[in-house]
Design a protein around this ligand. Structure first.
Ligand code: DX5
Ligand code: ZN
Length: 216
């Protein structure tokens, strides 16, 4: 099943509740948490996640681009996130962290930056509900899709199939009308889209159009 998760990084931060409403029909709202250490940008933290979770019925998919996720990720579940993604490059004990996120009641997901090989984490996949393959360097919205990541998406899906895993495979970065079909064809089923949704006049229509393209 295809899922479309608009990224509020490209939304108007002064009107987050309205911006959540503007993408009605989306599966999840993708919330990019950046700490200005793991990535060179700073966005928001648990107070905003908590407020947003109260303001919308769309579940929150929190993507933590932060150092020390082992220390901070559980607080995002408590703030109302339905899914929490930590970065493999930052986690000290990814298995323990994934189990803790699940024990608290959220879906556990791990993200890989473009240069991080998926093969290195084959044994961890059964611990995860979702794997996120970054298709840009994390930190900013509106960057160009790295099509050299397509073989990695394919390899990730192959590893999941090999182990009989039903887990989700998310792509994030530069996903748009012109790149989503290639990602779907490679095996992704959860699509994050920031500028290609919020950069349009009708974000809800953009979500519908992306979904149709991914389902083709
Ligand atoms: C980038 C973030 C993305 C970002 C995607 O580091 O993780 O979620 O919002 O934005 P677009 O879709 O514009 O590339
Ligand atoms: Zn993201």
């Amino acid at each position: 099943m295809v899922q479309i998760n608009p990224s509020i990084l490209s939304a108007d931060f002064a009107r987050l509740a309205d911006e959540a409403e503007a993408v009605r029909g989306a599966d999840w709202l993708h919330v990019d948490v950046m700490d200005s250490h793991f990535v060179p940008n700073l966005t928001l933290g648990t107070p905003v996640v908590e407020a947003l979770s109260k303001a919308t019925s769309t579940p929150l998919d929190c993507h933590l681009m932060i150092d020390e996720p082992d220390r901070w990720a559980p607080q995002y579940v408590e703030a109302g996130a339905g899914s929490v993604t930590f970065h493999a490059e930052a986690a000290a004990a990814p298995v323990r962290l994934a189990r803790e996120i699940k024990a608290l009641g959220a879906r556990a997901s791990m993200a890989l930056k473009p240069a991080t090989p998926v093969e290195q984490y084959e044994d961890l996949l059964p611990e995860l509900d979702m794997l996120l393959i970054m298709t840009v360097e994390p930190g900013f919205g509106g960057q160009a899709f790295l099509d050299i990541m397509l073989p990695k998406i394919r390899r990730a899906r192959r590893l999941m199939d090999k182990h009989g895993l039903q887990m989700w495979l998310q792509v994030d970065g530069g996903v748009s009308a012109s790149t989503i079909e290639q990602c779907a064809e490679a095996g992704a089923d959860v699509f994050v889209a920031g500028s290609s949704v919020y950069g349009t006049d009708d974000p809800a229509a953009a979500v519908r159009a992306l979904r149709e393209q991914a389902e083709e």
